[in-house]
Design a protein around this ligand. Structure first.
Ligand SMILES: Cc1cc2nc3c(=O)[nH]c(=O)nc-3n(C[C@H](O)[C@H](O)[C@H](O)COP(=O)(O)O)c2cc1C
Length: 353
């Protein structure tokens, strides 16, 4: 199992597969099930101080879409949903998850507190509560995709590097001794700058990237599927996340641990994110599609990948990112474009030769 081990900001993990925050871990039973299924740790369902975030859960809806963007009863290739936050009181929720964290600790696993950002005052207050509850990890999500559609102020995205540094600094001040992981949006192309900003404020790790927002027209009714634009994720997102991981590793340096999320559906996907710089990944949709057994499958697939090749996970982190080159550095391939156009394009033209 040691070939499997990884660390985030000095915090040791048994392996890189974390159960991310989401509805499957909205209850103590769900968190226990994720741990039992083999997760290295669990990011408990997020809370925040604004009751509108919790109320939004009562309007949440979820649909799976096939490759053509049509709702399907099967697994589909994308999950499209609007979500809400936990309706449990913060103190009650943190006491409950801290108790499970204490049980998980001797096994080398963890349960982390998470918030979806709404205000700096709220974030500081909730982070203090997590610290007081004895939790070891606090994840601050400043990039939940629903910010634009949720009730005003219920969910806020932070995409300004200077403001992010200041926010993280304030949260850092009340989370001494805890791991502070900052989860960034998928709706900004400025992730390297945001990751550096989070680090400057004292974050131990940067997580990326949140899901995208999308609008799905229904071709029968012409109405928006689910009635709104909503968060959209699928395995197709993984290469996009990989690029942002690699760019962030290049800009922020190898010392900033990165956590990949958005698109992991298999053990191979975990390896792909690791190659691009992730020291661990957070998965949720797999569990919504397959149940907690999906988590066990992904963990086993990572184990098999490493075992079959006699590799250690740590040695893979960043390998693809570090060998990524620019367009100008590629070998010349004159005329290669001709293989990718219809024959009519090439008819009787000088340029066709
Ligand atoms: C239904 C649902 C609810 C989610 N709720 C939260 C949340 O409360 N807090 C959070 O930080 N991320 C939340 N997420 C984001 C996930 O933690 C994860 O980053 C994202 O789904 C991408 O990973 P995946 O492709 O494995 O699903 C949620 C995702 C889904 C699908």
């Amino acid at each position: 199992m040691t070939s499997f081990a990884t660390t985030i900001g000095g915090f040791p993990l048994l392996h890189p597969v974390i159960c991310g925050s989401g509805e499957p871990v909205m209850t103590e039973a769900g968190i226990r099930a994720a741990l039992k299924a083999g997760a290295a740790g669990v990011i408990a369902k997020s809370v925040n101080e604004n009751p509108a975030g919790g109320r939004q859960l009562d309007r949440a809806d979820y649909v799976r879409l096939d490759a053509d963007g049509v709702p399907t009863a099967g697994q589909g290739v994308s999950l499209f949903n609007r979500s809400g936050l936990s309706q449990r009181g913060t103190d009650d929720w943190f006491a409950a998850i801290a108790a499970i964290d204490r049980e998980a600790r001797p096994e080398g696993r963890f349960v982390a507190a998470s918030i979806v950002y709404a205000s700096a005052e709220g974030a500081v207050c909730i982070a203090s509560a997590a610290h007081q509850a004895g939790l070891r990890i606090f994840e601050l999500n400043v990039g939940a995709p629903h910010a634009s559609e949720a009730a005003a102020g219920a969910i806020v995205q932070e995409t300004d590097p200077d403001r992010l540094t200041e926010l993280v600094r304030r949260v850092r001040a009340v989370t001494e001794g805890m791991q502070l992981w900052v989860k960034l949006t998928g709706l900004s192309s400025n992730l390297p700058a945001l990751a550096i900003a989070a680090r400057r404020g004292g974050a131990d790790a940067a997580g990326m990237m949140g899901r995208f927002m999308a609008l799905v027209p229904d071709l029968e009714t012409f109405a928006p599927v689910l009635g709104t634009s909503a968060a959209y994720g699928g395995g197709w997102a993984l290469p996009i996340v990989c690029r942002h991981l690699a760019l962030t590793r290049r800009a922020a340096g190898r010392d900033l641990p990165l956590i990949g999320t958005n698109g992991v559906r298999s053990g191979d996907d975990v390896i792909r994110m690791a190659l691009c710089g992730a020291s661990a990944v957070e998965v949720v949709s797999v569990i919504m599609h397959e149940g907690f057994a999906g988590l066990t499958r992904v963990v086993q697939e990572v184990d098999s990948f490493l075992g079959e090749r006699r590799l250690t996970f740590r040695d893979l982190v960043g390998r693809t990112a570090d060998s990524m080159t620019g367009y100008a550095e590629q070998p010349e391939t004159p005329g290669r474009w001709r293989d990718f156009v219809p024959s009519e394009t090439l008819a009787n033209t000088e340029s066709a030769r």
